[in-house]
Structures are given as structure tokens and as C-alpha cells.
Design a protein around this ligand. Structure first.
Ligand code: NDP
Length: 295
């Protein structure tokens, strides 16, 4: 099966690595060509010079780009994929995209005999490396069946979310919850540190109690207490996801003050910490505002 992979970023690169073996014949394209060349040095894959060249013979094309804006750009830009995609191919967009753009891409490709599913992923770079990502996909089951082996190469829990865009919708809300958990755990622990309580003791209690979350169980102990703050998922991308959730809520006239406030706070964190900061570094903003370190 000929597979083209577009976007070898923090999560795209480990996902693509599972496709660099039988039964797949992999070609990769990345905007910064040196990353694609490095990938091909260490994996069984060919490098394409343009998105068009990458997808020309592909049965399945995976995109894993920051947002739907870049997916549109790679489709419609110079040497883009649109005219090169062959009839009968499937574009699997693993970007955490926005539902309306995914629906419009699906409609445009559908008119050309190319199928589309949105298939955002969850589990972070660790699950991407071990091929155990959660994949939430939107689209037709008959289309999914044609790409199932590709998605199973990096996914473990694979869920049909609904029509095109439904995967993006669940992903945006999931990540809005993650953002709420990061800020609320940061704020709660800042209070306890100010009160003179050891945050490790507090986490020991919270993680055996009802306030626990993935953030309190894993992110804070592994990344904040240790002061390691590794870059695995850019804060800017999480801010984008909360924004998608907030727009969905607005469009659907659902009152979500907590999501709106979290979107504002992550916007502020992005401005203060920059485009390359990791998402967990939002805790640093809370720490600085309160003159404490959670360690
Ligand atoms: P990164 O920012 O690490 O990588 C983005 C990729 O997109 C890079 O390959 C980059 O190329 C490429 N790119 C950026 N802008 C353009 C453009 N204008 N045209 C073409 N290519 C472009 O992102 P991630 O890999 O972390 O994330 C990818 C998607 O997966 C996002 O939607 C994210 O929200 C989602 N995601 C990420 C997770 C994570 O843990 N990192 C977890 C779950 C979902 P270049 O190398 O040239 O910069």
C-alpha cells in the first residue's frame, strides 16, 4: 500500500515511523526538508520534493499539520496536493483540525473522486512512539475500511466519532478539558505551596482522591515537580484546540464560561511564553503570577 505522510512534527514523525515498513511503501514530505531527509536516513522511506510529488501515486495520504489552515495551504498552495491526488485515494487528516474546514475539504475532494476522513489523535508523543494512540475519526465506514491498516499501525483505541468533522469536534473538547485541568491543577497547587504544604504530599493525596486527573497523576509529577518541562506538544497548538472548542460552543449557542476563560488564559500564556513553549508550561504562568514554584 502506497502511503504519503505530510508533516513530520513532534507527533507526525513518530506516527510516520510505524509506516516505514511492510506492507507500506512510504513517501514523506516536510516543509523543512532537512527533517524529511533525516527521517529517510533512519527509516525505510523516500523523500518527496513537494506535496504534489508526495501524493501523486499514493493510495492513502496522511496529513499531520498544526491546524486546518496549513492543511488547506498544502492542498491549494504552490505544488499542492489537490491536482496530484489520484482518483480513489483517501486523505486521512490526523491534524487536530476544525470541523467546518474538514467538511469543506471533504466536499471539495469528494467532487474529484478522492475520499476524506478527519482522524485526530490523542495520547501524546509517548503513545505515538509505541503505536498506541487513540484515534477518533469522522467519515464513512467504507472509507475507513480502506485505510484501516494504516491507522492501526499507530492507533490502539480507534473510535468512529460520526460524520466528517466529528473527530475534530471530540478532539477540541478533549483538549479544552486538558487545558482546564492544567490551569486548575496549577492554581490549586500554587495555593497549597503558599500555605506551606509540600506539593508532592498534596499530589499523593489528590491522586488517591476525587480531584485527580491525568495532569495531576502524570504531567505535574513528571514535568513540573522535576522542572523538566520537555517540549512534546506546543502550548500554541493547545490554545488553537481550545479556540476550536470555544467557536463550536458559540456557533451552537452553548454557554461555556469555563472554556471561554480557559481560552483567554491560554491566549495569555501563548503571548507570554511564546510559540515554542510546551503546553504544561502554562503552569509557569500561574507560578510567576503568584511568586511560587511547584516543586
Ligand atoms: P509541530 O508543530 O511539532 O509540527 C507541525 C508540522 O507541520 C511540522 O512538520 C511543520 O513543518 C509543519 N508545518 C507547519 N506549518 C506548515 C505550513 N504552513 N505548511 C506546511 N507544513 C507546515 O506539531 P505536532 O506534530 O505536535 O502536531 C501536529 C498536529 O497533531 C496538530 O494539529 C496538533 O494539535 C496535533 N497533536 C499533537 C500532539 C502532540 O503531543 N504533539 C498530540 C495530539 C495531537 P516544519 O518542520 O517545517 O516546521
Amino acid at each position: 500500500m502506497k502511503v504519503a505522510f505530510i508533516g513530520l512534527g513532534d507527533i507526525g514523525e513518530p506516527m510516520a515511523s510505524h509506516l516505514a515498513r511492510d506492507p507500506f511503501d512510504l513517501v514523506v514530505w516536510n516543509r523543512t526538508a532537512s527533517k524529511a531527509e533525516e527521517f529517510a536516513r533512519t527509516h525505510r522511506a523516500r523523500v518527496a520534493g513537494t506535496p504534489a510529488e508526495a501524493v501523486r501515486d499514493a493510495d492513502v495520504v496522511i496529513t499531520c499539520l498544526p491546524s486546518s489552515i496549513e492543511v488547506e495551504a498544502v492542498l491549494h498552495g504552490e505544488n499542492g496536493m489537490l491536482d496530484a491526488l489520484r482518483k480513489g485515494a483517501v486523505l486521512v487528516d490526523c491534524t487536530s483540525g476544525d470541523p467546518p474546514t474538514s467538511r469543506s475539504i471533504a466536499a471539495e475532494l469528494g467532487g474529484r473522486g478522492v475520499d476524506f476522513i478527519d482522524a485526530p489523535v490523542s495520547g501524546g508523543t509517548t503513545a505515538a512512539k509505541s503505536g498506541t494512540l487513540t484515534v477518533m475519526w469522522g467519515g464513512e465506514i467504507t472509507v475507513f475500511e480502506r485505510v484501516r491498516p494504516v491507522i492501526e499501525a499507530f492507533g490502539k483505541k480507534i473510535v468512529h466519532a460520526g460524520a466528517v468533522g466529528a473527530g475534530d469536534a471530540i478532539k477540541a473538547v478533549n483538549n479544552a478539558l486538558l487545558a482546564v485541568h492544567i490551569l486548575s491543577a496549577g492554581e490549586g497547587l500554587a495555593v497549597l505551596v503558599k500555605a506551606g504544604i509540600d506539593p508532592k504530599v498534596a499530589l499523593d493525596v489528590i491522586n488517591a482522591s476525587s480531584g485527580r486527573s491525568n495532569t495531576s497523576e502524570n504531567l505535574i509529577p513528571q514535568r513540573v515537580i522535576t522542572r523538566a518541562f520537555p517540549r512534546t506538544f506546543r502550548l500554541a497548538l493547545l490554545e488553537k484546540d481550545i479556540g476550536i472548542a470555544a467557536v463550536m460552543a458559540d456557533d451552537l449557542k452553548v454557554r461555556t464560561p469555563l472554556i471561554s476563560l480557559t481560552a483567554e488564559r491560554f491566549h495569555e500564556a501563548r503571548e507570554k511564553l511564546g510559540e515554542e513553549a510546551d503546553h504544561v508550561e502554562a503552569v509557569k504562568m500561574v507560578e510567576r503570577e503568584n511568586g511560587v514554584e511547584i516543586k
